[in-house]
Design a protein around this ligand. Structure first.
Ligand code: TRP
Ligand code: MN
Length: 465
């Protein structure tokens, strides 16, 4: 990137309103950007951004168009979205085993949903870029020491000392390299045989297979074997059916740190479209979705499918403005609205939103994040969630959509392939006293592989109606 471009990208930018007519990859700079770290060294930031800008894209324009098309089928009620992965990816938990095990769980959930509900599943990971976290408090105080809050490994480190908490722009580049390596392995796994339907049993990890959820999964896997043998016996050449041997697995993350997203935004040479090549789908969080703020401005100009998280206090008017900003053309698959209301709040909060969006004519995907509205601190001081609350929110959410005749399009969950004890409940009954055993999350509590499967069985039943 030439220096003058770097200056333009890094400069304070002119103030003023800015309209979508004047959109550029850096036009977000003219808006208030919530939740950005205070980068202590401007030169370091410049250097990181120009390094990123010179690196190859992680995803390309045609892939984002394919995902939009897949999500359009969801918006029409012909498919279901499964978006799942870590709350925050970690620079330390970065190895083939972690990535493979996370993929195994998502494949297990997806195949369960596909088989049990008879609906195609669009698989999207919170992965290969999910390295930054918004924080309620900008600083954290322990005793006399006050330090910048931990904002995810793209920004700083969770250790409570001055050096670790200092926002370090070199981390933007490290995040890119970890995302690239992660995506490379995911592409290999999903296109190179690992996701072949003849391997459904191999996705069942040992510690899962021995549980009641694992045994229930085994029964489904055996039925899938039988279905495949049946098709083969009918004379269908399974070997030549590509769709049986591979799957599409898309990446997504919260587009939070806008210097990272801007540096990876490129113009498609064929069409002139702008693509954020950091991931296939980007979302804007509950804390950064101000309609006139920097994050919405940025996402309004890229062609990627985008999503918005909506909490229980959002108003129908706010949602209508967000739809107008992010989906002015009313493009099916462009916009996903992910509600995170909390169990007990959905029946009141959701219907006015669905009705308003319908009136405004936006063909959105409705997805349910049953995790973030159900977080609390246990007596032992750990953030946790009850599987029971998570399922309750989902049940309420499906109920509203059934009532209104809208399509319950998808779920958004935080999970890991590891055998952690971070969320309560599930068939193996994790209790508050168990949380300390294997609590390894870099941020919010995640479902473990058994709890994730449990959830998939429930969602499949809700989908069947
Ligand atoms: N290609 C189909 C799909 O992605 C079938 C399939 C292949 C599949 N491997 C899978 C489905 C793994 C779920 C999980 O839906
Ligand atoms: Mn989270």
């Amino acid at each position: 990137m030439p220096d003058d471009v770097a200056d333009e990208i890094l400069g304070p930018g002119a103030d003023g309103e800015g309209t979508s007519a004047s959109w550029s990859a850096s036009s977000w700079r003219r808006r208030a950007a919530a939740q950005q770290p205070q980068w202590p060294d401007e030169e370091e930031l410049k250097h990181a951004v120009s390094t990123l800008a010179a690196l190859p894209p992680l995803v390309i324009a045609s892939e984002t168009r394919s995902l939009t098309a897949a999500l359009a089928a969801v918006a029409r009620g012909e498919a279901f979205l499964l978006q799942a992965g870590d709350c925050a990816e970690s620079f330390r938990e970065f190895g083939a085993d972690h990535i493979r095990d996370k993929l195994k769980v998502v494949l297990q959930m997806a195949v369960t949903l596909t088989y049990a509900a008879g609906v195609p599943v669009v698989k999207v990971g919170r992965i290969a870029g999910q390295f930054a976290k918004p924080r309620t408090a900008a600083v954290e105080r322990v005793g006399d020491l006050e330090l910048e809050a931990f904002r995810g490994h793209m920004v700083n480190d969770e250790a409570f000392d001055v050096q670790a908490r200092r926002p370090d722009p070199a981390r933007l580049v490290s995040a890119y390299h970890q995302a690239a390596a992660t995506l490379n392995l995911l592409r290999a796994f999903t296109k190179g045989g690992f996701a072949d339907l003849s391997h459904v049993h191999k996705w069942n990890q040992e510690f899962v297979a021995s549980s009641s959820e694992g045994r229930r999964y085994e029964r489904i896997a055996k039925e899938i074997d039988r279905a495949l043998r049946f098709m083969a016996a009918c004379g269908i050449d399974l070997q030549s059916e590509e769709s049986l041997h591979e799957t599409d697995f898309w990446t997504s993350h919260e587009a939070l740190i806008l210097h990272y997203e801007e540096a990876l935004t490129r113009q498609d040479s064929l069409t002139g479209d702008w693509v954020d090549t950091s991931g296939h789908l980007l979302w804007v969080g509950e804390r950064t979705r101000q309609p006139d703020g920097a994050h919405v401005e940025f996402l309004s100009g890229v062609i990627n499918p985008v999503a918005v998280k909506l909490g229980p206090t959002v108003t129908p008017d706010e949602v209508a403005v967000l739809c107008a900003r992010l989906d002015p053309e009313r493009t099916p698959g462009r916009l996903t609205l992910i509600t995170r209301m909390g169990a007990g709040s959905v029946a009141d909060a959701l219907p006015p939103l669905v009705e308003r969006v319908r009136e405004a004519g936006h063909p959105v995907v409705w997805a349910c994040d049953p995790m973030h509205g159900n977080t609390f601190t246990s007596e032992g001081g750990r953030k946790t969630r009850r599987l029971g609350d998570i399922v309750s929110e989902l049940r309420e959410w499906f109920g509203v959509h059934r009532e209104l005749g809208s399509w319950p399009g998808g779920v958004h969950v935080e999970l890991t392939g590891d055998d952690v004890t971070e969320c309560l409940g599930g068939a193996e009954e994790i209790m508050e006293g168990d949380l300390a055993q294997r609590y390894t999350t870099a941020c919010d509590p995640r479902l473990n592989a058994r709890q994730s499967l449990d959830l998939a069985f429930d969602v499949a039943e809700l989908l069947r109606g």
